[in-house]
Every structure is written in structure tokens, then in C-alpha cells.
Design a protein around this ligand. Structure first.
Ligand code: NAD
Length: 483
């Protein structure tokens, strides 16, 4: 294992495990199931451009600080490259490289025509006020502009851990200040607020995608029989780690679909109630008290990691990487793990879990909802029109005509509700959800088919890599360089 650094500004040690090595180990495992040359596989695996930089900022208290930052473009087999920007004091080059590589494979798996990229700013965003964060974000963006690491056809950042719509709106505004008159400038950044050319449903897209991933997995009766669970999401007992963008929304959608959220874990601790926790109520409780602990009759665990080891059917790690390792894998009771976070399971832990019959739905597929809807946002920005705007009314009128004709021919009058249901044209959100659902469903079965068609492929992760490698290799081979 490779050591990745020494310590953060506040003295916390960086991980000593190389996340990029882990990603590459998974890649190598999968590559054995393909027939591509070593050269081609190395071409796919390596990061293509790594930009590491440092810039000074003046804090509100007058102190000068230097900020370390990165942007890694992992693959240029398609343009633009795409990936979030992480704001965390634990960010390091190895992590950004790993996350950029995962983006390449993720895009390929869900058939999003982008290369993979990732950015990182090494700060603890909760220790900076809004003006300082704006200054850091704008400076980060202008550094990317200087080196041509951002643009609608070059590299398109999005939110990640520690960043959100606010940061994306600062980024795109900075980009536009440098490129006035560029009609496509909105497409330089995704995950923007709706008011700034964002798209309906982007905020909750990753969590919604995690829900679709979990649902597809439990909807295959043959696979559920092997792990002695009834098919269907209804009644499945679920533990979610991380009540942030991904975890909170995944929990919400699963609950809406009839799943039972029995456990929630945050950094301050975990709560568990076998009768189910109302996710929205826990969210409000945390807002009011500053902690998820002491929620109604739920059992408290002051050591957050203990929450992962409680009884459930599905475990969704949706906080950070490296949460399920050899240190706790043997204690995990879930029979299905759906990875909301990037890299939450170490290769050794996955081997142990799969050996025990557990199904691991891998990050590079399960959390691809965000980039999928980012792709829709990018398309919307380039076409300069909201989805549905041109045809919604037309569709409604056609449906009205059809409904009237049906009434005339059958002599039956539709009720007001029936007519409303029948004629309604789609909203942008409905189109986005439909596109996302189709993407997640199609990709799940593509991956599962790869696994089912070759018995040596032991995991959905390996199958995902095999599928991604094939798609990326094909695009390199189409260049005519490799035979
Ligand atoms: P977020 O900052 O909104 O939420 C993360 C949550 O995890 C926070 O509530 C935080 O308090 C909690 N947390 C941190 N450390 C924890 C610990 N040790 N135990 C329990 N909880 C802990 O971030 P997010 O956007 O939800 O991202 C979460 C993960 O999902 C990251 O790995 C990110 O790379 C990945 N991801 C995010 C998106 C997206 O669209 N936001 C897309 C794909 C992947």
C-alpha cells in the first residue's frame, strides 16, 4: 500500500492507504477478463492531466493562508471531462486521482459521453465564512481558467463532498466574467441553482439514483433467493451512513417506496430503531439539537461506526471512502451494500463480504445519478431551452383531442381527474426523473448481464469495470492506434 501524505493543517493524519491504488487494483482484476493489450489497458488506467496548484488567501482576521488545490482529468477518450470538486481538509492528490478515475468508469457505465475528472480544495469548508469560501472558489476557478482546465467542451466541474449549488454558482459566474459573450458558458459548470440555469431534480439526483440502484438489485427474484430475501424494496430494512446530500435523499426515496430506515449514522454517532425512523423527522431533530442522537425511542451509538454493524437487509454507506474495511467487514450484517459514497469499501472487505454471499452494488454505478442529471443539465444549457418547454402544451392539446375522441366513440364521459391524468404533459422534473430511471435501470442490467455471462466474474464491481473498460477501449480502438 502506498503512503499518501503526512498530515492536514489541523494535524489529522491523511489516510495511509492509496485510494488510487485500490481503484487500480479493482481495474486490474477486471482487466483479466478482457483481451486488450497491456498498453491499451495502461492508457485507460493512467490519469491524463494532473494540475496541482497553490494560491494565497487573506482570511477575515487578516491572516494569510495558502490553499492547496487540484484538478485531475483522468481520461480524454471523450470530451468534456466531468467530475465534482471536493472541499475537505483531507483532500490529497491520490484521492483526487482516484475519484477522477472512478468518474471515467462511472460515465462509461451509465453511458454518459464524458471523460472523468475530479477537483479538490484542501480546506475544511466549515471553518471558513461565506465571503472566504466565495473568494477561494472564485480563485480556484480562475486558476482552472488560466490552465484551460474548465470549459463547456473541456472540463465541467460539479459539486461533491463539501460543495453545493452555492459554490457552483460562484464558479460559473467567475467563468462568465472571463468569457463574456460565450453563449455556452452556463454549460461550464453543472449542479447550479435552478435560477442560474440549473436543472430540476439535480440536487437530489444522486440519492434518487442510489434508490433506483437498490430497487433494481432487490427486484431480481433469482438474486434475492440466493441471499434469502423476498424480492422488492417494500419492507427492506435499511441503514444509511451520512445524512448529507446523497444519504439523506437516498433514505427519503427508499422510505417513500416502502423501505424501512432502521438506522442512520452521522459523524457524531448513530441511531437505530427496528420499527423504523422517519428520515424527515430525524433531519429536523438534528437541525434543532445539532445531533441525530437522542431521537425519540431510537437506540444511541456514540461510536458512529457501530451503526454500520446493526441488523439490516441493505446498508448504504453515503458519507466518505474507506468506511467498510477488514476492521469491521466481518461484523456487517447487511446482505446488500449499495455504495452511495465513492470508495466506501476496501478491496479486502469486499472480498470477505462477497465470500459470505453479500451483494455489493458498486459506487461507480450506484452513485452515478448525479453525473447523469449533470449530463442532462449540460444538454439543457447547450440547447438553451428547458426540457419540455417546446412540446408540453402541444402534447397536452393532442391528448385533450384524443380524450375527446375517445369519449365520443365510446359514449363515456371521463371524470375531471381521469381527464387530467390522461392529458397532462411532462414537466422538466418528470422528464429528468424518467431519464435518470431509464439510465439506472439499463445500466444495472448491463452490469448484471456481464456478471451472469461469465461465472469467473465474482462481483458487480468487477462486472462494472469490465463493461467500462470495453466501452473506453472501443473508443480508443476507433482512433485506429490500437488494432
Ligand atoms: P455531503 O457533504 O452532503 O454529506 C456527507 C455527510 O456525511 C455529512 O452529513 C457528514 O456529516 C457525514 N459524515 C462525514 N463523515 C462521517 C462519518 N465518519 N460517519 C458518518 N457520517 C459522516 O456529501 P455528499 O455530497 O452527500 O457526498 C457523500 C459521498 O457521496 C462522497 O463520497 C461523495 O464523493 C459521493 N458522491 C456525491 C455526489 C453528489 O452528487 N453529491 C455524487 C456522487 C458521489
Amino acid at each position: 500500500m502506498t503512503k499518501t501524505g503526512n498530515q492536514t493543517k489541523t494535524g489529522k493524519p491523511f489516510s495511509t492507504v492509496s485510494f488510487f491504488n485500490d481503484v487500480n487494483r479493482f481495474f486490474d482484476l477486471a482487466a483479466r477478463h478482457t483481451t486488450y493489450s497491456h498498453d491499451l489497458l495502461e492508457m485507460i488506467k493512467d490519469a491524463k492531466s494532473v494540475y496541482r496548484f497553490k494560491f494565497p488567501i487573506r482570511r477575515a482576521n487578516g491572516k494569510i493562508e495558502s490553499v492547496d488545490a487540484w484538478r485531475v482529468e483522468h481520461s480524454h477518450h471523450m470530451h468534456p471531462t466531468k467530475g465534482g470538486v471536493r472541499y475537505s481538509e483531507m483532500v490529497n492528490e491520490d484521492e483526487v486521482m482516484a475519484l477522477a478515475a472512478l468518474m471515467t468508469y462511472k460515465n462509461a457505465i451509465v453511458n454518459v459521453p464524458f471523460g472523468g475528472a475530479k477537483g479538490g480544495i484542501r480546506i475544511n469548508p466549515w471553518e471558513y465564512d461565506e465571503r472566504e469560501l466565495e473568494h477561494i472558489t472564485r480563485r480556484y476557478t480562475s486558476e482552472l481558467i488560466k490552465k484551460n482546465f474548465i470549459g463547456p467542451g473541456i472540463d465541467v466541474p460539479a459539486p461533491d463532498y463539501g460543495s453545493g449549488e452555492r459554490e457552483m454558482s460562484w464558479m460559473v459566474d467567475t467563468y462568465q466574467a472571463f468569457y463574456p459573450g460565450d453563449v455556452n458558458s452556463h454549460a461550464a459548470v453543472t449542479g447550479k441553482p435552478l435560477s442560474q440555469h440549473g436543472i430540476a431534480g439535480r440536487r437530489e439526483a444522486t440519492g434518487r439514483g442510489v434508490y433506483f440502484a437498490a430497487r433494481e438489485c432487490v427486484d431480481v427474484p433469482e438474486d434475492m433467493k440466493k441471499i434469502k430475501l423476498a424480492p422488492g424494496i417494500e419492507g427492506k430494512r435499511v441503514i444509511v451512513q451520512g445524512m448529507g446530500n446523497v444519504g439523506f435523499n437516498a433514505a427519503r426515496f427508499i422510505q417513500q417506496a416502502g423501505g424501512v430506515i432502521v438506522g442512520l449514522c452521522e459523524y457524531e454517532g448513530a441511531i437505530y430503531d427496528k420499527n423504523g425512523l422517519d428520515v424527515n423527522e430525524v433531519f429536523e431533530h438534528r437541525k434543532a439539537t445539532g445531533s441525530i442522537l437522542n431521537f425519540k425511542k431510537a437506540k444511541n451509538f456514540t461510536r458512529s461506526a457501530e451503526g454500520l454493524e446493526q441488523d439490516c437487509d441493505i446498508l448504504i454507506p453515503a458519507a466518505l471512502e474507506n468506511q467498510i474495511t477488514l476492521a469491521n467487514a466481518a461484523n456487517i450484517k447487511a446482505r446488500i451494500i449499495v455504495e452511495g459514497a465513492n470508495g466506501p469499501t476496501s478491496p479486502e472487505a469486499e472480498e470477505l463480504l462477497i465470500g459470505r454471499g453479500c451483494i455489493v452494488v458498486p459506487d461507480m454505478y450506484a452513485n452515478a445519478g448525479g453525473v447523469t442529471v449533470s449530463y442532462f443539465e449540460w444538454l439543457k444549457n447547450l440547447s438553451h431551452v428547458a426540457f419540455g418547454r417546446m412540446h408540453r402544451r402541444y402534447e397536452e392539446q393532442s391528448n385533450q383531442d384524443l380524450a375527446s375522441l375517445m369519449e365520443k366513440m365510446t359514449g363515456t364521459q371521463l371524470s375531471k381527474e381521469q381527464r387530467k391524468l390522461l392529458v397532462k404533459g411532462p414537466t422538466e422534473l418528470e422528464l429528468v426523473v424518467s431519464g435518470l430511471e431509464d439510465t439506472m435501470v439499463t445500466a444495472y442490467h448491463e452490469i448484471r448481464d456481464i456478471k451472469m455471462n461469465k461465472k469467473e466474474i465474482e462481483s458487480l464491481r468487477t462486472a462494472s469495470y469490465v463493461g467500462a473498460i470495453k466501452k473506453i477501449a472501443t473508443s480508443y480502438m476507433n482512433l485506429g492506434i490500437w488494432p
